[in-house]
Design a protein around this ligand. Structure first.
Ligand code: SAM
Length: 374
């Protein structure tokens, strides 16, 4: 054994690490499988029925949700055993027992803008599992899996997780840039690059009722869904979205260009930053919101870094590799990389904005010398 190898040998007894791993995998399996049972309920609309008609019996759930009664009974029992539903009336009989959705659970599962709503983790897990065979193939060939091929589940996973954050926090983020907020209050325009299904564009338009918002995204299915969401929000006159690559030249003189959790996904991130820089009004910045990860690789790391890596391994990296293998950053976008890309794209400075958030970091990229300058 070399001196280096000896120095890195783990100090724990091998048996304790072996057992820790076994316990960890069991806990992960249980949590993951229970999350799939949540997705089963989500796909069949079972939680809505329990909320609307609860406390319900298995027969009532089966009738209202149009599913087979035997399955309704098993799912209700499993949800209660897992502590997601409560037993409202214990009759000692499977067919007369009643189940209810506790109040807090109802909003956390069903209200799309509740900050505690993590229901979207369910389609996310399903989507990652469904695309795993294609990802395996990509690892073998060095190719990728297109964002479109990741499908509805992942699109709804991402948008469902981000929607409540945008609805509750995005106005406060923009308020940390008073010069921008002032221009948008007066009626400016915003470019939302990588807008996905449109929730960030919708929140910006709601926050600034005189502002025009234009969203672009490479993914056709996202844009089709964004148009539906914008129309349902009654904002079609002020929010427009189109399929476009942010790295292609973008026309305009925007008072703000934003990239919400999408810069790391872009195949040509420097090209995208450069094209956004070219579409700014004098003094306007680019606002980049991307993952909160450490400045350099550290292992083991905290839960957030672990989450970003697991997205990277299973989704973001293969999706970017499908477009181009040239940069292929993956999900783990570190602050020094953002600064380097911004410099290469010609920005004069990058400020990290002091916004508290467990998952994201916030960057203001200034063209021509910074805040409010023209
Ligand atoms: C993680 S999703 C985030 C979507 C949305 N901003 C949100 O926060 O819900 C990343 C998005 O970036 C889009 N995207 C990737 N590369 C792009 C590019 N070159 N130009 C425009 N959009 C791109 C993807 O299609 C996807 O919708």
């Amino acid at each position: 054994m070399t001196a280096t190898a000896a120095a890195t040998t783990p100090t724990e007894a091998p048996d304790s690490r072996r057992e820790d791993l076994a316990e960890r995998l069991f806990a992960a399996f249980l949590s993951g499988a229970e999350l799939l049972s949540v997705d089963l309920g989500r796909r069949l609309g079972l939680y809505e029925v329990v909320r609307q008609y609860g406390p319900v019996t298995a027969a009532e759930l089966a009738r209202a949700a149009e599913i087979a009664e035997r399955y309704a009974r098993e799912w209700l029992e499993q949800q209660a055993v897992a502590g997601i539903l409560d037993v409202a009336a214990e009759t000692g009989q499977a067919d007369t027992r009643r189940y209810v959705l506790p109040n807090g659970h109802a909003s956390a599962l069903l209200d799309p803008e509740d900050p505690a709503n993590l229901m979207a983790t369910a389609p996310m897990l399903t989507g990652l599992a469904l695309t795993l065979p294609a990802v395996v193939e990509a690892y073998r060939t060095g190719g990728g899996v297109t964002y479109a091929d990741f499908g509805t589940e992942i699109r709804h996973g991402i948008s469902g997780l981000n929607r409540p954050v945008f609805a509750t926090e995005l106005p406060g983020w923009l308020a940390t840039m008073p010069d921008v907020a002032e221009r948008l209050t007066a009626g400016g325009s915003v470019l939302d690059a990588g807008c996905g299904v449109g929730w960030s564009s919708i929140t910006i338009a709601r926050t600034f009722p005189r502002t025009q918002v234009n969203g672009i995204d490479l993914d056709l299915a996202s844009i089709v869904e964004a148009r539906r969401n914008i129309a349902a929000a009654g904002l079609a006159d002020r929010v427009g979205v189109d399929v476009a690559d942010a790295a292609e030249a973008v026309d305009g003189a925007y008072d703000l260009a934003c990239i919400f959790e999408a810069l790391h996904d872009m195949a040509d991130p420097v090209g995208a930053l450069r094209s956004l820089r070219g579409a700014l009004a004098p003094g306007a910045p680019v606002f980049v919101v991307d993952e909160r990860v450490a400045d350099e690789f550290t292992a083991p790391a905290d839960e957030i870094e672990r989450m970003q890596y697991v997205y990277s391994v299973l989704h973001c990296l293969p999706a970017t590799m499908a477009e181009s293998t040239a940069v292929a950053n993956g999900t783990v976008l570190r602050a020094p990389t953002v600064r380097a890309w911004a410099e290469e794209a010609g920005f004069a400075s990058v400020e990290e904005l002091p916004i508290e958030n467990d998952v994201w970091r916030f960057y203001r990229l200034n063209d021509h010398g910074g805040r409010g300058s023209s």
